[in-house]
Design a protein. Structure first.
Length: 101
């Protein structure tokens, strides 16, 4: 489960869009997943002890939840963009010139 949460958090990092988008969760995924990896690697490199692995119990599920939400939002945006019919540029230009005159 921890591996799945870690992979979901990493995948959520790569769903970045515009930085100022309030619905953008990629930076939150980066913060939580990066913190979990830093704490785990820091504890493992110094001296392995199970008590230093406890932050993974808290941070990795949060990273997985944020990552899954970010991925779901990205897929939803793609479906909405594919479902909306694209209007050719010629029709837009014709519609704009009709409104002006």
């Amino acid at each position: 489960m921890f591996l799945l949460w870690l992979l979901a958090g990493i995948a959520g990092i790569f769903t970045f869009g515009r930085r100022r988008d309030p619905g953008n969760l990629s930076l939150a995924c980066l913060l939580v997943t990066g913190s979990a990896v830093a704490v785990l690697l820091g504890a493992d490199l110094y001296e392995f002890s199970w008590r230093y692995q406890l932050p993974a119990l808290v941070l990795l599920p949060i990273a997985g939840a944020l990552g899954a939400t970010a991925i779901a939002r990205q897929l939803d945006k793609r479906r909405k963009n594919e479902a909306s019919p694209a209007v050719p540029a010629e029709e837009l230009a014709a519609a704009g010139s009709e409104q002006v005159s």
